[in-house]
Design a protein around this ligand. Structure first.
Ligand code: SF4
Ligand code: SF4
Length: 293
């Protein structure tokens, strides 16, 4: 491979694919879900603090609101610091349903748990998050959580751990997508992946930080959406579900199109389109966004 090619190859994939996926999608590598990664004491502490003290999210929400009022230079500096720290600790990436299907094909357990963000922001338990593990019954990650005292995961209104098989989980994700929720995969001390969440920019702290406050804690997907103008009838159903404001409408043409620089490649618009006019293309094949994460 020539030097130019090598450089191009590295540019057209997210940093985690380069570092943790040997040039393939990092979240499709079984090694990043391995149970033995949970023997790392630091990782175990991060997980128990994250779920054992959900109030940290309320503090983060207050800090984000303060940051929004800070001068631009300060905002940029702090945002860069937070992103660097989160890339090591707890970082996400948007991914579409077809990649989730691949993940469900090799993990050994999928458990639905209440979303920690909605617990804090809405004060309600909503089962939008899924723990995925190579071990049975939630694996070593699940065992860690089950040993937490006072965790919101085991409050009186929760269904605790609800184990689903791959088909049931996939159907649940398709339903979440119809609700307009965007899927994202999450690390707990990178590269260990512990869960897939279903997010929106109002209730999900990570998406709010990334999209609303420009404090990036998640990558865009490895894909980007495109409208086939021959199939689009201009019904605008897609525009109602895009969490990122990436769909635009031409009154003159009476058709929608995608602002690919705003698109996160979640595929939620695709599910909402009655005419199959939307498709996801590999990000690397679309020069204008090939290196936009
Ligand atoms: S345009 Fe479609 S794929 Fe892109 S962010 Fe919006 S809903 Fe997701
Ligand atoms: S939902 Fe489909 S048909 Fe309707 S405007 Fe969007 S792309 Fe066009």
């Amino acid at each position: 491979m020539s030097q130019i090619w090598t450089k191009r190859w590295f540019l057209d994939m997210c940093q985690f694919c380069v570092k943790h996926g040997e040039g393939k999608k990092w979240y499709l590598q079984a090694k990043n879900y391995a149970e033995d990664l949970l023997s790392d004491l630091r990782r175990r502490n991060v997980i128990t603090n994250f779920f054992g003290h959900p109030e940290h999210l309320a503090e983060d929400s207050t800090r984000l609101a303060s940051l929004a009022r800070a001068p631009a230079l300060v905002r940029r500096a702090i945002s860069g610091l937070v992103t660097r720290r989160m890339k090591k600790q707890h970082f996400g990436q948007v991914l579409p349903l077809e990649d989730i299907e691949v993940i469900f094909g090799f993990v050994n357990s999928i458990v639905r748990v209440p979303c920690i963000c909605r617990h804090i922001i809405l004060g309600r338990e909503v089962g939008y998050c899924y723990g995925i593990s190579m071990g049975p019954g939630g694996g070593a990650f699940g065992d860690l959580l089950k040993n937490l005292d006072d965790s919101f995961l085991f409050g009186p209104d929760t269904s605790e751990f609800e184990e689903l098989n791959a088909q049931e989980a996939l159907e649940a994700f398709a339903d979440h997508e119809k609700e307009g929720l965007c899927h994202s995969v999450w690390t707990f001390v990178t590269p260990f992946i512990g869960g897939i969440c279903n997010c929106d920019r109002v209730d999900c702290m990570a998406m709010r930080a990334t999209v609303v406050h420009d404090v990036k804690v998640m990558f865009r997907a490895e894909y980007v959406a495109e409208v086939n103008p021959d199939l689009c009838t201009g019904c605008r159903s897609c525009m109602r579900v895009c969490q990122f404001g990436a769909l635009v409408y031409s009154a003159a043409d009476q058709k929608a199109s995608v602002d690919q620089t705003a698109c996160y490649g979640c595929g939620v618009c695709r599910s909402a389109c009655p005419n199959d006019a939307l498709e996801l293309k590999p990000r690397a094949e679309v020069p204008v966004v090939a290196n936009l994460w």
